[in-house]
Ligand binder design. Structure first.
Ligand code: PXP
Length: 239
């Protein structure tokens, strides 16, 4: 069965809206794991707009929770991440003014810098993935720089599906990249903008081993509760 990683950044967004301590991302990390999440994703952004250093440290110390820490290539953040010792790292591009991560990394431009970052994490036995666009060229660069996993940005496919446009071309791109990465020994993950419908669509790609989903799960939980929402996603991934 494919794994489900839950991004809990928006629990911190909600907490920060009040400037108090509720809802607590640490509690959320434990709770979603109990409900069936295979891992928890948190993004320690340079502007600390949701998860902060204290949250990240506490969450990474939890025994029974696998933590995927998303970070930019910023050297201070890389240092902090090495200190915090998450189970997994996902390197993502980051722009100060973006509302959310808008696309994958520019691998042609940052190949050498990324190679150095990956080596540091690998030395510390931390599984490392790169958030990339569905591009065959990028998959080949990932192989060159020895990444463990890629997470394919599914934002474009999600937008096409949500606006009822033809998504087949984008689906085929994601499929071709997943097949090649898998063939090259790189584990494939997918994430961004996913909901029930888009997860069902992408679940047809056998090579995708993990989905990382945040905004929809937290939003849908307002109506149905996070336990029910997680169970619904797990049901989709079983098929
Ligand atoms: N994967 C990565 C690498 C991300 O940066 C994010 C959040 O931007 C997600 C998954 C989750 O995206 P969403 O919140 O749209 O489900």
């Amino acid at each position: 069965m494919k794994r489900l990683g839950i991004n809990i950044d928006h629990v911190a967004t909600l907490r920060n809206a009040r400037g108090e301590s509720h809802p607590d991302p640490l509690y959320a990390a434990k709770f979603v794991t109990k409900c069936g999440a295979d891992s928890v994703t948190i993004h320690l952004r340079e502007d600390r707009r949701h998860i902060n250093d204290i949250d990240a440290k506490k969450i990474c110390k939890l025994d029974k929770v696998l933590v995927n820490l998303e970070i930019s290539m910023n050297s201070e953040i890389v240092k902090t991440a090495l200190n915090i010792e998450p189970d997994f790292i996902c390197v993502v591009p980051e722009k100060r003014k973006e509302v959310t991560t808008e696309g994958g990394l520019n691998l042609v431009l940052y190949k050498n810098d990324l190679k150095k970052i990956i080596e540091k994490f690998k030395k510390n036995k931390i599984r490392t993935s790169l958030f990339i666009n569905p591009s065959i060229k990028d998959i080949r660069i990932c192989k060159e720089i020895n990444v463990d996993c890629v997470e394919i940005h599914t934002g474009k496919l999600s937008n096409l599906v949500k606006s009822k446009k033809n998504y087949l071309n984008e689906f085929n791109k994601i499929k071709a990249c997943s097949v090649l990465a898998n063939h090259l020994g790189i584990e494939v993950h997918a994430g961004h903008g996913l909901d029930y419908e888009t997860t069902k669509i992408l679940n047809a790609i056998d090579e995708i081993k993990e989905f990382n989903i945040g905004h929809f799960i937290i939003g849908e939980s307002v109506f149905w509760g996070i336990n029910k929402v997680i169970k619904s996603f797990k049901k989709i991934l079983k098929n």
